[in-house]
Design a protein around this ligand. Sequence first.
Ligand SMILES: NC(=O)c1ccc[n+]([C@@H]2O[C@H](COP(=O)([O-])OP(=O)(O)OC[C@H]3O[C@@H](n4cnc5c(N)ncnc54)[C@H](OP(=O)(O)O)[C@@H]3O)[C@@H](O)[C@H]2O)c1
Length: 206
Amino acid sequence: MKIAVLGTGKVGTALGTRLAAAGHHVVHGSRTRAGERGILTQREAVASSDVVVTAIPGTDVLSTLEDIGDDVLDAKIVLDPSAAFTPQMTMAYPGDSVGQQIQTRFPRARVVKTLNTMNFTVMVDPLASVPQATAFVSGDDAQAKTVVTGLLADLGWPHDSVLDLGGINTALATEHAAPLFFATVRSLGTATFNISISRHPSGQPR
Ligand SMILES: NC(=O)c1ccc[n+]([C@@H]2O[C@H](COP(=O)([O-])OP(=O)(O)OC[C@H]3O[C@@H](n4cnc5c(N)ncnc54)[C@H](OP(=O)(O)O)[C@@H]3O)[C@@H](O)[C@H]2O)c1
């Protein structure tokens, strides 16, 4: 697939490198580094791709996509791993989510929230968090979720580790797991873990 990764930081580099290694055509879209090898302007990167990865600060996602434009975003799949915090590291949008905001503002884009509940190292190395590993997905478009689940497989996520929570309204739940994530980092002294769901092996309700 043709994938535009917005952002050249930790998440963008990790996802871009792994997806390219899996055979995808990956370009980065950057405010600051366009012209370097494999790096375009944000608008050029999105225009040339089917999937857009928003590996940029959550509080800047909407304004960045506004600058890129509705016309360019039309019908794109937006894989959104972002998290949005205030400078004090509290939730920037209590009771709301970046994923929902993108979908509401760009109704013709197909937003899938995923990978936001873990450290970037685990995003591309889920087996570091075995035996339990969960990648949540939230989105309104079933086909977009199927495509993103395929990309998760390319990142190393087994199919049964992917938990579809439902519509993009459920992105609120995973974005608001951030305080749990940071409290766990402080408690464990490492970010190499995963927030996962444990189920009875039969999968049946008790
Ligand atoms: N780090 C993690 O383990 C982790 C885990 C889960 C979720 N996330 C989320 O994933 C996103 C990326 O995190 P990261 O750790 O990769 O951050 P990062 O290392 O700081 O990189 C973010 C990148 O976004 C771009 N950027 C910076 N300020 C921007 C702005 N004002 N507007 C548009 N683009 C801007 C920059 O790329 P250019 O200069 O090339 O444009 C920068 O390299 C964030 O939303 C973060 O909360 C991170």
